[in-house]
Design a protein around this ligand. Sequence first.
Ligand SMILES: Cc1cc2nc3c(=O)[nH]c(=O)nc-3n(C[C@H](O)[C@H](O)[C@H](O)COP(=O)(O)OP(=O)(O)OC[C@H]3O[C@@H](n4cnc5c(N)ncnc54)[C@H](O)[C@@H]3O)c2cc1C
Length: 829
Amino acid sequence: MDQFPNVDLCALPLSANPDGSPPNFDDPPSLQPILIALTAILLTLATVITAGRLYMNRNALKLADYCMIVGLAFDIGIASVLLASSNNYRHPWDTPICWYTTLTFVEVLVVGPALFFPKAAIFLFYLQIFSVNEVIRIGSKIGLVAAFLGYFPASFALIYYDAPHIGQTWEDVITSGYPEKGIPGGIAIGVASVIVDIYIFILPLPTIFSLNIARSKKIQLICLFTTAFFGIVASVTCLVFRVKLLGLDDIGWQSGRVAIAIIAENNVAIIVGSLPAFANFLRTYVSQATFYKSLRSKLSFGSSNYASDTDQHGLPRNRSLWTFGSPPKRQLQYHELSNSAILTSRVTVPDDVVIATHDTDRILRTVGFSQETRIGQLSEASTYESSLASYFSIQATSVRPACIVSPETAEDVAKAVRIMTGYKRYACPFAIRSGGHAAKANAANIEGGVTLDLRLLNSVDVSPDKLSVSIGVGNTWDAVYSKLDSMNLSVNGGRTAGVGVGGLILGGGISYFGTRYGWTADTITNYEVVLADGSIINTNVRENSALFWALKGGGNNFGIITRININAFAQGPFWGGFLYYPNTVWGNTVKEFVNINSATAYDEYAALTLSWGYSSSLGTLVACNMQYTTLVENPPLFAGLTGLPALFGNLQITNMTQFALGLRSQQVYGERQLWATNTFISTEASINATYRRFNESVQAFMPVANITVAYTLEPLPPALYARKVDNNPFNLGTKNQSLVIALFTASWTDPADDGRVEKTTRTLTSAIEEDTRRLGAYNPFLYPNYAAPWQNPIVSYGAESVGRLQKVARDFDPHGVFTRQVPGGFKLT
Ligand SMILES: Cc1cc2nc3c(=O)[nH]c(=O)nc-3n(C[C@H](O)[C@H](O)[C@H](O)COP(=O)(O)OP(=O)(O)OC[C@H]3O[C@@H](n4cnc5c(N)ncnc54)[C@H](O)[C@@H]3O)c2cc1C
C-alpha cells in the first residue's frame, strides 16, 4: 500500500538541510570515493592472499579453507552491495527519498554471514594448528559458537525490519520507520564483532608468550597477530558509527562510515586468516620460481640478463646437453654476444681460473662444437643459472663450473664421461649432481670444471607385477611418491621433497619405512652405472656384485649411477606429523625416544625424529616428527609424546607425497648450510649429555645473524641397520644395540660468520664424541648423508670395509677417475 500516492519521492530529500540551503542531488559531499578506493585495495589483497592459501593447501583442503572460501564469497557479495549503494553515503538533505532500494535489504541479508565465515575460518585454523593445546582447542570452539550467536540472531532482526511486511511496498519500508527500529540489531552485530575480534587476537597470545624466544623476536611474532589488531580497530570504529545511527540526524553519512568499517573489518579478517598459508605459499613457490631464482642469482652474482627458458622444474625447455657458464668476473650481456665476443671471451674456461691438469676448452673443441653451436648454447645461460640456483645450500650455488652438462639418457652420460676422460693430457675435473641437496659446497658442483646435472634422468616406471620400480637418479623423492601414491604403492626412499634419488642412495638412505626394510640402498636390486671408460653396466646380486655392494654407501667413487631398480610395496596413507613443545619437556621426550628406540622390540611401523632447535626468530624449541606407517591414528606407542603439552603441531593421516612436501616447507633454502653427524648408543645418559652440549653451544651460535641450529636424533635400531648387514659397507655388525644417528644442522646468511659456525660445530661434535666415549656409548659410524666436510664417513666404516671398497674401485675404475678427477663428495683415500 503506497502511503504517499501523489508525492514524487525522488524530488524530496530525506531531511531538510540544517543551514536551510536547497538539496544538492547532483554533486554533494560523499563517502563514495573513499569506499571505492578502500574496497579495491583490500578486496584485491584478500582475494590474492586467499588464492595463495588455497593453492598452497590444494591437496588437503580443510574445513577452515572451505569456510574462508565461503567467507570470501560473502565478502565479495557485501562489497558489491555496499558499492552499489555507495551513492547514498551522503548527507540526508542531499539524498532523494526514492533512493532507498532493495539493496539495503540485501546488505542486511549478507552482513551476518560475511562477518561470521572469515572469523569462523580463523577459529578453525587455530583448531588445526593448535590441535594439541587444550586451552586453545576449547577456546576456539567457544569462539565459533559465540561468533555464530553474535552475528546470526541480530542479522535476522535486521532482515525483519528491512523487508516490507504484508501489504507494504519497498517504498513503504523507508517511510514506515521500520529500518530505524533495526538499528539496535546493527549495534548488537557491532558489539559481537568487537568481542570476537578481541577474542581472536588474545586467544593464541599466552602460547606465543610461552615460547622461549628472544624478546625482540617475540615482538616480531606478535606483530603477525597484530595485523588482527587492525580488525579490532575497524570493528570498534564500526560500532561507534552504528551507535551514531541511533541519532538519525545524518543517517546516510553515518551509514557510509559503517560501510567503510565493514569493508575494513571483513577484509582484514580474511587477510589475517589466510596470511600464514600465504607466507608458506611465497616461501614454497615464489622463492622457488625461476624468475625469483634468477633474480636472486643475478643479485648474488651480478650475472647477465638472459631471458628465462626453463620449465616449472627449473629444467631447460630446450634441452641441450651442454650449457656454458661465464666467469663471475666478467659477465657477457646478451646484446654483447657477437661471434668475436664469444671467441675472445673463451667462455668455456675463464682465463683467470687455474686448472693445472686440464684444458676444458680444448676438450670441448675436440668434440666439434662449431661457432653456431656455441652461440645457441650461450643464449641458454639462464639454464646454467637456474641449475646453480637449485642447489640446497648457497655455498653449492656459489660454485661456478665452466660448463654444466644436462644429459637425458645413460648414453648421454657415457658420452660426456668419454669426452672428459678420453684425453689423458687434458683430463677435465667434473662433478656429479642429482638433487643437489648435499650441504657441502663442492659435493656435487665444481669450480671451473664440468658439472653433470642429472636431473633430466627422471623416469619412474613401475614393473607390471608392481613389485619393483625403475627410477632415474635425477628424480626427487616427492616426484617418485606422487606417481606411486596414486597406485597405493611406495618405496623405501627419502623423506623430504626436493632431495635427489642419486645422492641419497649412495649414502645408504634413511626412510620412514627403514625399520620395515632397512637402508634405502638395502632395497635396491639393480644399479645401472656408467663407468670411467664410458661403458654402461648393470650391477646386482648376479652381475658385478662387488660393485653392487660398494654402491650401497660408497658414494661417487666408482661410477655414475643413471637408474636404479628398487623394491615396491603396497602402501596407503598413514598417520604422522610434527609436534612442537616448549623446552621444558625435553627430558620427557628423551625418555620416550629411548623407549621407542628399543633394540629388541622396535615397532617396525614407527618412525621418529627428536630435535632440539634454536633460531634467532623462534628461540629454543623441542620437536618430534612421528610416523606410524600404517592406517592407525594416534598409535598408543606415541602416547607418551602426543600426551605432552605441545605448542602446536600437524598430526594427520596423509600420503607420502604430502608428508614429503610438508617436510620440505620446513627447510631453509638459499642460505648457508653446515651439517655434521655423530653416532652413539641410545641411552638416556648419552642423549641427556648431548642435550647439555647442544644447549651450551647455542650461546656460541647466538651472535650469528639469522642463525637456525638443530640437533636431530634419529633411531638406528637393529631393525634398520641389521636387516642386511652383509649387503652394504657400513659394517654396523649384528650388535644387539639400538644406536642414534645424530644430525647437527646450521643455516645462516652472512659468509663472515662461516668461521664461527664451523668452529662451534666442530667443538660441539667433538664434545659429544668425548661424552659418549666417557659414557661407553660411542660408535665410530658417521652417516655419509649427514657428514661435515671435515668428517670422514668412509674411514668410519672400518679398515676391512675400506679395503674392500678400494679393491672394487681399482677393479672398476683402474685409473682412479672417480676418486681423483671427481674431487667432490667423500673420497676413498
Ligand atoms: C632437506 C633435506 C632432507 C633430507 N632428508 C633425508 C632423508 O630423509 N634421508 C636421508 O638418508 N638423507 C636425507 N638427506 C640427506 C641427503 O640424503 C643427502 O644430502 C644426499 O646427498 C642428497 O642427495 P642429492 O641427490 O640431492 O644430492 P647431490 O648433492 O646431487 O649429490 C650428493 C653426492 O652424491 C653424488 N651423486 C649424486 N648423484 C649421483 C649419481 N647418480 N652417481 C654418482 N654419484 C652421485 C654427488 O657427486 C655428491 O657427492 C636430506 C638432505 C636435505 C638437505
